[in-house]
Write a protein that binds this ligand. Structure first.
Ligand code: FE2
Ligand code: FE2
Ligand code: FE2
Length: 429
């Protein structure tokens, strides 16, 4: 059976980098918090294995902040509703085996040290969460447009008095000892420029089967799609139609499975696009479209650690390329676009046209096909793929809607199982 060796930290770093692309205000936050957590954990003489898990938690910690507004709120030192994105992050991570070990750390990364008792005798909150909590708050206190060394005293004066109430005394002691060193702050400044700011922690490798890749694609698609009820089932529809078309085109069984995975993963670069734009009720302005366009590029960046699946990565990141070279972001032409990406492009457009959007109901099949065939005439989409789709359009619709119906149930089940404060998000901009 085919196996895939994955460097987990590379993967989470690429996911968090994309998440931080959502705004210049947020850029580098996850990497810096990962460095700070590492530095504090190391000063507390945490074992290398536990340090690796702390870094992993830190590199995913704000994954539950779904919109740009949520992300900006997460950076507010005084914000009182931090538990919302932390709880959401926990609920995403706990169901995915690779990240379930860090779900609890993410869940409690904003809980005060004395949340459950004055002496913290209750150990519900893992120590790693206390480390992450302080690391996160230090990063939001820094003004990166100013000299860091000039701010060190003020930051120390802000957080040190919170020892034993908001922050763990052990973590504060570690910060107290480390923060007198200029190198602590200077390393923080360079944390976003180096891939391996962490010394002496073991690499985390996962030996994945194809099923694990499928689980990963579900996990990522859920992060993207569940940001709004209108997009909640998009990737599922694309995935099913793309797999079905791949089969008609004559792809092998293995390639068809990869196409199914590609459907789930193609838009993961949207982690770096503000949710408010994705769900805009109306046409995007040119300026807004320039904020959406990078998602195909970011998809490639996020998937880069899946080194032994180059075909899958190409299919996903080329799904907005067009045969005449007018697509984005690489402006490839027909010769350069692999057939898999051509199939994915057709599946993506077909699904988008027949599903409901915030600004319109799903189109009838005949209208959708008309639009797609026009794009073939204009030299944008592959003639053969569209012919196969057109010949069995009703079947394509059935395949798409059946998959989306199942995804809709998963969407409802996910939110029904959450506490009341985490309602299904609706961002109608
Ligand atoms: Fe957070
Ligand atoms: Fe954060
Ligand atoms: Fe896309």
């Amino acid at each position: 059976m085919q196996r895939f060796m994955i460097n987990v930290l590379d993967l989470t770093t690429s996911i968090s980098r994309a998440m931080d692309m959502v705004s210049p205000v947020i850029m580098g936050h996850h990497q810096r918090v990962a460095y700070l957590s590492y530095a504090l954990g190391r000063a507390m003489e945490t074992s290398p294995e536990r340090l690796a898990l702390i870094v992993l938690s830190a590199s995913l910690h704000d994954i539950g902040a779904m919109s740009l507004l949520d992300r900006k709120r997460a950076l507010d030192f005084e914000e009182k509703n931090h538990h919302v994105h932390a709880e959401m992050g926990y609920n995403h991570l706990k169901d995915f085996p690779l990240f379930s070990s860090v779900a609890n750390v993410v869940r409690y990364h904003h809980h005060p040290w004395n949340f459950y008792s004055d002496d913290n005798s209750d150990d519900t909150i893992p120590e790693a969460a206390h480390i992450l909590h302080l690391a996160d708050r230090i990063d939001v206190l820094v003004d990166y447009s100013r000299n860091l060394l000039e701010q060190a005293d003020t930051i120390r004066a802000t957080v040190l008095p919170m020892s034993g109430t908001v922050f763990s005394p052990l973590v504060i002691d570690a910060f107290h000892a480390q923060s007198i060193k200029e190198s602590f702050w200077l390393e923080l400044l360079s944390a976003t420029q180096t891939d391996h700011a962490f010394r002496n922690i073991p690499e985390i490798h996962a030996d994945w089967s194809l099923l694990n890749i499928v689980e990963f694609s579900w996990f990522m698609a859920r992060l993207i799609d569940f940001r709004c009820s209108f997009t909640a089932t998009h990737s599922s529809g694309v995935s099913a139609v793309a797999e079905w078309l791949a089969n008609l085109v004559g792809f092998s069984q293995n390639e068809c499975q990869m196409m199914m995975i590609a459907g789930f993963l193609h838009d993961i670069g949207k982690l770096g696009v503000p949710t408010e734009l994705i769900n805009k009720n109306g046409k995007l302005t040119d300026e807004e479209f320039n904020q959406v366009k990078p998602h195909a590029y970011l998809t490639r960046k996020i998937l880069a650690p899946l080194k032994n699946l180059p075909g899958l990565v190409d299919w996903c990141s080329f799904h907005h390329e067009r045969l005449d070279g007018s697509g984005y972001p690489y402006r490839l032409d027909s010769q350069q676009i692999p057939l898999g990406a051509k199939i994915l492009a057709v599946a993506d457009i077909f699904t988008a046209l027949i599903e409901d959007r915030p600004y319109r109901k799903g189109l009838k099949i005949t209208k959708a096909l008309e639009i797609i065939q026009d794009q073939v005439k204009n030299g944008l989409l592959d003639h053969r793929v569209v012919s196969l789709l057109s010949e069995e359009a009703e079947m394509a619709k059935y395949v798409c809607l059946t998959s989306q119906k199942y995804a809709q149930t998963r969407y409802r089940d996910f939110f029904d199982a959450l506490p009341e404060c985490l309602q299904a998000p609706r961002y109608d901009a």
